[in-house]
Design a protein around this ligand. Sequence first.
Ligand SMILES: CC(C)(COP(=O)(O)OP(=O)(O)OC[C@H]1O[C@@H](n2cnc3c(N)ncnc32)[C@H](O)[C@@H]1OP(=O)(O)O)[C@@H](O)C(=O)NCCC(=O)NCCS
Length: 277
Amino acid sequence: MTTTPTDLETLCADYWSTSIIDIHPGSIKVRGYPIQELIGSVSFPQMIWLMLRGELPGHGEAALLEAALVASVDHGPHAPSIAISRIATSCGLPLNGAMASALNALDDVHGGAGQQAVELYAAIAERIDSGAALEAAVEAGVDAFIVTHGKYLPGFGHRFHPVDPRAGRLLALVDEQVKAGTISGRYAAIARGVEALLRQRKDKPVPMNIDGVTAVIYAELGFAPELARGIFCLARAVGILAHAWEQRGRHERNKGPMPRQIPYAYTGAPERHLDNE
Ligand SMILES: CC(C)(COP(=O)(O)OP(=O)(O)OC[C@H]1O[C@@H](n2cnc3c(N)ncnc32)[C@H](O)[C@@H]1OP(=O)(O)O)[C@@H](O)C(=O)NCCC(=O)NCCS
C-alpha cells in the first residue's frame, strides 16, 4: 500500500498531537481560549491551572494555588537549590544554566518531598475510603510508608525552623476555603493527623513543613502527586532566578560552598609516600 502525502501529513500531525494549544497564522488558542482574551483577564496561577488541568479554576481554587506558589519561592542562600544557583552563576553559567542546575536538586529530600507527601496522604485517604477511621488510617498509612521508604515522612520536619512559619498561614487559608466550600478539607485533616502521630511518637515536635502543607493544598485541589513537585519547581524557579541575578551583579568568580578561609575536615589516610627504589 502506498503512503499518500495526506497520510504522511496525518501521521505527522498525530505525532505531535496536543490538547493544550492550537496555533495557526494569526491565531493562538490555549485550551480553546484565544490568547488575547486570556491576556489581561487571567492571573498567572489561573494560567498554570488552565495549562495543567484544561479548565480555568474557580476564584477560591486559584487563590489557594497562588498562596502555595508565593510561599514556595525562596528559602535563602543555605537552601541547596538557591546555593547551587549562586554557585553556578559565579562559575560563569548563564541564567538558564544556573536555573537548570538548581532545579535539578529539587528531589525527594529538598523541595520535591511534596510529591511523596501527596502520595502518603492519598494512601491514607484510600484507607479511610475502605472504612478505616481517620486515626487508624493515619497510623496504618504511616507505618506502611515507613516500611517501604524509611523513617522520614515527607513534608514534616525542618533543619532550620522549629515551626515552619509558612505552614500555619497556609493551613489557615486552607481552612477558609473549606468553610467556603471550595475544598473538602479531608487532606488537611489527614496531614494534621500525621503531625499529631509524629508528636506522639517523637521526643521533639516534627511539624509540617512547606512541602507537607503545600501537598495538602495540591491534594485538596486535585493535582496528581507528580505535579506537586512540578508546581513547586515553578515557584522555586522565581527565587532561583532572583538569586542568580543578584549573584551576577556581584561579579564574584568561582564561589565555593564556603569562604575559602573555612577549612573542611580531612578524614583520609595520613601523609604517606610512594616507595621509590
Ligand atoms: C528536613 C529534614 C532533612 C530535617 O531533618 P533534621 O531536623 O536534621 O532531623 P534529624 O535527621 O536530625 O532527625 C531528628 C529526629 O526527628 C525525626 N524526624 C525528623 N524529620 C522527620 C520526618 N520527616 N519524619 C519522621 N521523623 C522525623 C528523626 O527521625 C529523628 O528522630 P529519632 O532520633 O527518633 O530517629 C527531615 O525532617 C526530613 O528528611 N524531612 C522529610 C523530607 C522533607 O519534608 N523535606 C523538605 C524539607 S523543607
